[in-house]
Write a protein that binds this ligand. Structure first.
Ligand SMILES: [Zn+2]
Length: 485
């Protein structure tokens, strides 16, 4: 299955992609002719990179951390149990764009480059008549990894882009927009992603914090993965304050993008979410690799602009459901991921489908052979023990409130997230029937759809940018394990 070349699957995927493009074009033409129908909305898909759900106002953080998301949430739909399908950027975004699980699309699993055969969201939107634009601050979400398929224009900005520079890039991206056609705008912003800097405005950093505190906190964070040191608890509050400061900067960019997309005669549907979370010492974890614990995969998800009653929705949902919904709102069609249901749009809607999230070990196997970067990243785990469960492949299924995690290296775990949100009390031995039932769902959820066998190691320029974000060996750090995505 995984790692096995599957030529027939590739041919099928290519055929499907050609056929789907033809069908979608025909549908787009017929949609244009029925002008009495409600016009296609413009769609803003905004990814706050690395933002866990509880760092945002709709999920318990103070309003001033994410004032824009708070407003959109109060006027729209808030998904209480939303998940990323992977704990790191590349496979998570390809799931969002392709409607496939990482084990199916293979990106970040068997290859670093998304397969050409994948039918990406922007391609389907373009075929449905949309103008398609993207701004990304994360090099993993860029042309080098082939995730930009379908965007007419794709602007890659550096991490640390100021609000003013971001607004200028947005204005440039939208300058020649045709107001008669709907717009699909995708944005990824990196303000909440490490490495954390002493925040310029210190928005949420306690006033008494000294530069020496910040330096000590960042030094501890670098070595905190699997650490049992007392200094973890000491510095965690400051890590969190620096993190929230970044989340606020990201939220300001959401506001800027949302305001620019508004137009007097066309509805705008906004989806704001994240590609994964971030750990700050939970289960001895930091960053967001080598685990699929809740802090790493549970994300905010807000939908605004549908004209439905504002509500909170408890069903477990994932980003593949987001893709399905965007296609539906846009009256776009795609043959890939057809079986994936759209997001429920009212509380109590039937069909609480389970959500699967996957992590495949990037530091070993075929993908590691493609990339020195990923092999070096594996060094992060040098001080880990079996108790940390950070080796090998792992897959989880959440059928709220239960979550089952299946590992290649460790026994299966089962948790009740309602009574045990910290995943501390394994119920696998107590509830063997439930564990078997969820394991069967997990087994059925994966089938090799497309083999992404096109190897790609980042160019030296991209490698430098990824290293600056903490991927790869730290500069002059004397053999220290690299900090992560
Ligand atoms: Zn990310």
């Amino acid at each position: 299955m995984i790692g096995v070349r599957h030529d027939a699957a590739i041919r099928r995927a290519r055929r499907r992609k050609r056929l789907a493009a033809a069908i979608v074009l025909a549908l787009a033409v017929s949609t244009v002719s029925c002008s009495s129908e409600q016009p296609q909305p413009s769609v803003l898909l905004f990814v706050y990179d690395t933002v866990r759900h509880d760092a945002t106002a709709p999920y318990g953080a103070p309003t001033e951390v994410t004032p824009t998301l708070d407003r959109l949430g109060r006027e729209g739909l808030v998904y209480d149990n939303a998940y990323a399908h992977a704990p790191w950027t590349l496979p998570s975004h390809v799931s969002l764009f392709s409607g496939l699980l990482p084990s199916q699309h293979g990106t970040g699993v068997r290859s670093l480059r998304a397969a050409d055969e994948l039918e990406m969201l922007a391609e389907a939107m373009s075929a449905a008549g949309y103008q398609t634009r993207a701004i990304s601050e994360n090099p993993w979400v860029g042309p080098e990894f082939n995730v930009t398929q379908g965007f007419e224009r794709f602007e890659l900005l550096p991490q640390g882009t100021s609000l003013r520079e971001f607004e200028a890039a947005l204005d440039a991206a939208l300058a020649d927009r045709d107001p008669k056609r709907p717009m699909f705008l995708f944005v990824n912003v990196m303000d909440a992603h490490g490495p954390y800097q002493p925040h310029s405005k210190g928005r949420f950093v306690a006033p008494a914090t000294t530069p020496a505190d910040v330096a000590a906190a960042l030094k501890t964070l670098k070595k905190a993965f699997c650490s049992r040191g007392d200094d973890i608890a000491k510095w965690r509050p400051l890590w969190w304050q620096m993190y929230l400061s970044g989340v606020r900067d990201a939220d300001d960019k959401l506001g800027a993008a949302w305001r620019r997309l508004e137009s007097p005669d066309r509805r705008v549907v906004t989806v704001a979410t994240s590609d994964h979370g971030q750990a700050f010492g939970e289960h001895h974890l930091t960053s967001h690799m080598f685990s699929i614990r809740e802090p790493l995969i549970r994300v905010p998800l807000i939908v605004h602009g549908l004209g439905v009653r504002p509500t909170r929705i408890a069903d477990a949902v994932g980003s593949i459901n987001v893709r399905r919904s965007i296609l539906d709102w846009a009256k776009a069609s795609a043959s890939q991921g057809e079986e994936v249901p759209p997001l429920p749009e009212a509380a109590g809607a039937p069909g609480s489908a389970p959500v699967v999230s996957e992590y495949f070990d990037t530091a070993s196997g075929e993908i590691a052979e493609q990339s020195m970067l990923l092999r070096l990243l594996g060094m992060m785990r040098d001080q880990c023990t079996a108790e940390d469960r950070v080796e090998g492949d792992m897959r989880a299924v959440v059928r709220h409130p239960h979550k089952l995690i299946s590992y290649t290296r460790y026994p299966t775990e089962l948790f009740d997230l309602d009574t045990d949100p910290g995943e501390l009390h394994d119920l696998a031995a107590k509830r063997p029937e439930l564990a078997r039932e969820l394991a069967a769902i997990l087994d059925a959820a994966s089938s090799a759809a497309v083999d992404a066998s096109q190897a790609a190691d980042p160019s030296s320029e991209t490698l430098e940018r990824l290293r600056a974000l903490g991927y790869g060996p730290s500069d002059g750090a004397g053999g220290e394990a690299p900090a992560p995505p």
